[in-house]
Write a protein that binds this ligand. Sequence first.
Ligand code: NAD
Length: 368
Amino acid sequence: MANPTLLILAGDGIGPEVMAQVTRVIDWFGAKRDLAFDVEHDLVGGAAYDKHGTPLHDDTMARALEADAVLLGAVGGPKYDELDFSVKPERGLLRLRKEMDLFSNLRPAQCFDALADFSSLKKDIVAGLDIMIVRELTSGVYFGEPRGIIEEGNERVGINTQRYTESEIDRVARSAFELARRRGNKVCSMEKANVMESGILWREVVQRVHDTDYPDVELSHMYADNGAMQLVRAPKQFDVILTDNLFGDILSDCAAMLTGSLGMLPSASLGAPNADGRPKALYEPVHGSAPDITGQGKANPIACILSFAMALRYSFDQGDEAARLEAAIEKVLADGARTADLMGEEGGTPISTSDMGDAILAALDASL
Ligand code: NAD
């Protein structure tokens, strides 16, 4: 059988620096676990603009649609701030998300024990935390029509429309239930069915999808405002949280802070399954291109490496190998390895981006 294909778009700023460490990890799995990928590299963001005058070349878009998964570093930087909106680096990323129709955004909030002190919450509330927020990404109030600012009488009115079709809710609900089956088998769906019709429909459709096709998964419903409260009160009660675009935007940022550092947060965006059952997928760290530390060897590669772990689990059905990689990272952190962003109040000497890569590879070797 042909190897699965991975398209790597390292992008700008620290993107290529962290992606260099991911590439070493990918090579390790090929050499030591008989898990080889056909890896291609291409440009996105400012790097693509510099070469092609566009933040995503049509050929790159076509390769992304062909690939079994896309791994992205980061885009943007001060050099591109003055560019016209239509060619800004971020437009490359938006085009990828749109044309791949990535409607399900996965943001894990996982707290490594060694970093529990970084959370703004008490250690016992977050230690061992492992939750996943599934946010609908391509519809809802950020896209609904009518929208705009209109004149009404002698004042202006700002309008946005929360709009969800049954099929949009259905497909993202399926994505959450599928995920739950690979994790703790629990989904909590959040909306505001108490005050919004779109919330009533959301709740109905999620329940229907559950009863029809996923009765083995434990499902609960919660109003999103209560969900926000529960996330900071007792986050470990959750496994998968399913929610819409707007609530997901807010709840996922809130959940991210439970775990402390931006350099640690991976994400995935999934689309509809292909003929072979594998969803179109883009994996990327949550952080940006970090121009303030670019080229200094200070970037933490863990968010990007954890994004590859998500690819192993969700695109390639290699949950055990993903767990091996996550355990290697957990061990490295427990042994005290810290890039500059992870230096706590106790101080110490930070290690470089490539030193962190070395440490993770050594921990992977030790796992055999
Ligand atoms: P940022 O995430 O790049 O950086 C915020 C802060 O976190 C900085 O101090 C940075 O040094 C630090 N940081 C981020 N990632 C880190 C890592 N892996 N290791 C250590 N420290 C890390 O956000 P920003 O400064 O608001 O944006 C910088 C540029 O990135 C902008 O052009 C922005 O548009 C772009 N951006 C891109 C994405 C993306 O590609 N998905 C996301 C956010 C921002």
